[in-house]
Structure formats: structure tokens, C-alpha cells
Write a protein that binds this ligand. Structure first.
Ligand SMILES: [Zn+2]
Length: 461
């Protein structure tokens, strides 16, 4: 009897341990980290949608050359609806079909957000209330299938799409326009596309550009592999490499300091990216300007910056482009915090409503910041988002048929400043940001005054 009671007591203990393990297994999400072929990936996206139906939506942005849907999983407190003042953010992975880690990380992120929301995790709940997240785990599903069929160790094939086109060299080259215009003080934001642009790009690129036009994205990252670093625009060289030099000069955007900060946020929240010495090359802080690393034309991050309101960086996440499945848990552990922290950066700078005299939102209003030659525009509901580093700024809003309005604003660290503008009908003044051409952010002096703008050719175009 004694023995029997002991056995019963032990089994109760074992049971509680087992229940604990089961809970843990459910909580950490049945995050079964493995490689997902196309069908498996699609099943996983719809499974997350079924498990968290009130915070998710699956939609397709188009089809690949081989007719595979490019599925996006949207996660937010009100999926399918843009709530004014709630920014849209996106992650894009597997644009190069043989660079597969990002694809698995986004599937794991989707499962994590769903699971932790069910467990009422306060950080995740607040994230999903404050942003609308769009995840495209594979921009190049055809390339992936080719790479996956080759077996480990090769994976040279599958970088391009089914027609062998490198999608990160396939976006319209908008740098050509400012090159012609900047001698006249031209703009480098919301640059128009050529009339026949749809004929110049692959189906996957076309789908992604139309997607960018359908949502007012504010922040984004493009997940790649083959190195470990965070790469920020411009990717296109602004000047040729100096003779005898192994490195290209940087090609900075007017938002250079902000981009460096965004890249550092990822690299320092990542397990080891900030150490900067992975895969045989050294990058201080684990970040680099794209052109300084190696210049490319027609890349996606430059297009985001020159055509939309979206700030995008490119994340290189693993030395091996197609890492073995056994490495996925370690990679997920290294990236999980960074993927969340990066999304939270969207709550920086200023945001607000641009309203007419009756309180209706004005879309396509232009938001200019003195000293940064890169304007943003308001979305359909009249809301706008302008990511900025902490400091004092002079912000001007202009819209067709209205008098422009200027405000001095202070941006604090770790929070977004709400600044609304109400415009009255009248003659629109010339936006001030087009007259100042200092690349980078202003440096507030202790008195809160800015250095006097000097006219110079914007770099990086
Ligand atoms: Zn790549």
C-alpha cells in the first residue's frame, strides 16, 4: 500500500511537470521551427488566421510567374481596417528565393503574435493596438521552390524569380529623376513613375509596388541572408569609387541619421549582429550604408524611400543563405526581440491629423521638415506619420487650395508627439523643405536654433 501511495504521489508530480511542459509547448507556440515549402507556408498562414481570427487576415497581393499567390498575413486589433493615426508597417522576406531564414522568422513571428495575444501579453496587446502589421513571408515563392529542390550546400539557384530575374534589381530606378532635377533644387520624395512602369517589372515586383500604393506604409524591413548586418539606403552609389580604394563612399539619404538609428535598433536587439564581425567581414555596430557595402541599382529600399512614405532597411540575417533546420531555433532566439523592437520604432517622431475648417481629413497634404529634404504626405483619412529623432523641428504642412501652416515641435525619445494641423482655404505657399537641401537631420543647438542652411547638392542621388 505504501508503495502504491508513493507511486500515486509521484505520478501526480510527474503529471504536473507534464502539464507544465504542455503549457510551455502551447505558449511558445507550437513554434515548430522547420523549413516550410509553399503549401506548408500557406497552410501555416491560414492556421494562424483560424487560431486568431479577430486579429488576423490573410490576403494575396498578386501572383508569381508560376502562378503562386503572394500571401500576406495582416495582424492588428482591427484587421482589414486602417484606423486613423495607427501606422501601417510591413516585413518582406524571401525576395531572393534562396535566402530563406526571413521566411521562417516571419512565420514564427506570426505564430508568436497570435499565441501571446491569446495569453494577453501586455507588450503584444499594446503593439497590436497601436500598429497594423503586414507580413509577406515570401516575395519569391518560385525561386524558393527551386532552391529547396537542390538540397543543402548548393542553393545558388533560386535567387531570381522563375525567369531568373533578381527582384532586388527590378524596381523602377527613380534616382534618374533627381539626378536631372537636383541642380534645380529638385525633390527626392514621391517621385513619379514612368507611364509604362508596369511593363518594366516582373509580376512579383508589380504586386509589391501595387501593395505599397494601396497602404500608407510608414516603416518596413526586407529580410535577406548571406551576411549578418542591417543595411540602410541608399543602395545606389552617388559617386564612383575612388581610385585605389576598396570601399565605395556612402550614399546617404536626407534621413541618414534616422536610418542609422533604425539599423542600430535592429542590430543591438539582435543576438550578435551588433558585434559586426560575422561571416568574415567587419561592419561597425553591424550596420552599413547600402552603397558603401556594395552599390546596386533598382533595389527595393531605395524605391520605398523615393516613391512612398515608407522607410525601409534591408536585414541580412545569416551567413548561410539556406541554413539547416537545426539552426532555426537559435536564429529565432537571436531575432525575436529585434523583430518586435524594430516594429515599435514606428512610434517615434510626430504624427497627427490634417483637417480642413470643417474637421474633415485632407489627404495628400505635404508634411515638410526644415533641414530634411524629404517630405511625407497624409493618408486617405488625413493622418500623417513623420519618423524623427529626438530634437526640435520646424514643420510645415501644405495642401492644394489651402494656406500652409508651420509649427515648431519637440520630439522626445521613446514616444511620438501628436501634432494636428487645421488648414483654411487660401493660396498655398511654397513648401520650405524644398528650399533647404541639407542631407541628414538638423542639429539643435542648446538655444534651440539650427545651423543656417547652405545650398548644396544633395548627396546620394
Ligand atoms: Zn538577398
Amino acid at each position: 500500500m505504501r508503495g502504491e501511495r508513493e507511486t500515486q504521489g509521484m505520478s501526480a508530480g510527474v503529471r504536473s511537470v507534464l502539464w507544465g511542459l504542455l503549457w510551455l509547448w502551447q505558449a511558445v507556440g507550437a513554434l515548430r521551427l522547420r523549413h516550410h515549402g509553399y503549401e506548408d507556408m500557406v497552410r501555416t498562414l491560414f492556421k494562424v488566421q483560424r487560431e486568431c481570427p479577430f486579429i488576423t487576415r490573410v490576403y494575396s497581393i498578386g501572383r508569381s510567374v508560376q502562378n503562386r499567390h503572394l500571401y500576406v498575413l495582416e495582424i492588428s486589433d482591427n484587421p482589414g481596417i486602417h484606423e486613423p493615426l495607427e501606422p501601417e508597417v510591413k516585413y518582406v522576406a524571401n525576395m531572393h528565393g534562396n535566402e530563406v531564414l526571413g521566411r521562417e522568422l516571419l512565420l514564427a513571428l506570426a505564430q508568436l503574435l497570435c499565441e501571446q495575444h491569446k495569453l494577453r501579453d501586455p507588450r503584444i496587446t499594446s503593439l497590436l493596438q497601436g500598429v497594423r502589421i503586414h507580413l509577406l513571408p515570401s516575395m519569391n515563392p518560385d525561386g524558393y521552390q527551386l532552391a529547396a529542390e537542390q538540397g543543402y550546400g548548393k542553393y545558388l539557384g533560386g535567387r531570381g524569380n522563375a525567369r531568373g530575374v533578381d527582384l532586388n534589381r527590378n524596381f523602377p530606378d527613380l534616382h534618374l529623376i533627381p539626378l536631372q532635377a537636383d541642380s534645380r533644387g529638385g525633390r527626392n520624395h514621391h517621385l513619379p513613375l514612368a507611364d509604362n512602369w508596369t511593363e518594366q517589372v516582373e509580376p512579383e515586383t508589380l504586386a509589391v509596388i501595387n501593395w505599397m500604393k494601396s497602404y500608407n506604409f510608414v516603416l518596413s524591413a526586407n529580410l535577406h541572408g548571406g551576411a549578418v548586418l542591417a543595411n540602410y539606403p541608399f543602395d545606389k552609389a552617388s559617386e564612383p569609387r575612388a581610385r585605389g580604394s576598396r570601399r565605395h563612399p556612402p550614399s546617404p539619404t536626407p534621413d541618414d541619421k534616422l536610418f542609422r538609428q533604425l539599423a542600430k535598433v535592429y542590430s543591438y536587439a539582435h543576438g550578435w549582429m551588433h558585434q559586426g564581425s560575422t561571416c568574415g567581414e567587419y561592419f561597425p555596430d553591424g550596420i552599413t550604408n547600402g552603397a558603401q557595402w556594395y552599390p546596386i541599382s533598382r533595389g527595393m529600399q531605395d524605391f520605398n524611400y523615393l516613391h512612398t512614405n515608407c522607410l525601409e532597411i534591408t536585414l541580412e540575417l545569416s551567413c548561410a543563405k539556406f541554413p539547416p533546420a537545426r539552426e532555426l531555433p537559435r536564429e529565432w532566439a537571436a531575432n525575436q526581440e529585434a523583430l518586435l523592437t524594430y516594429l515599435e520604432q514606428v512610434h517615434r517622431g510626430i504624427k497627427g491629423m490634417i483637417l480642413d475648417e470643417n474637421g474633415n481629413g485632407i489627404d495628400e497634404a505635404v508634411i515638410s521638415v526644415d533641414g530634411i529634404n524629404h517630405d511625407m504626405t497624409s493618408g486617405l483619412s488625413g493622418d500623417y506619420f513623420r519618423l524623427l529623432l529626438p530634437g526640435q523641428y520646424t514643420v510645415t504642412v501644405s495642401a492644394k487650395g489651402y494656406k500652409s501652416k508651420t509649427a515648431n515641435v519637440i520630439v522626445y525619445p521613446q514616444e511620438v508627439t501628436r501634432v494636428d494641423f487645421q488648414l483654411v482655404p487660401g493660396i498655398q505657399a511654397l513648401p520650405t523643405a524644398n528650399l533647404t537641401e541639407i542631407p541628414g537631420n538638423p542639429q539643435p543647438s542648446p538655444q534651440g536654433l539650427y545651423p543656417i542652411p547652405h545650398r548644396s547638392r544633395p548627396q546620394g542621388l
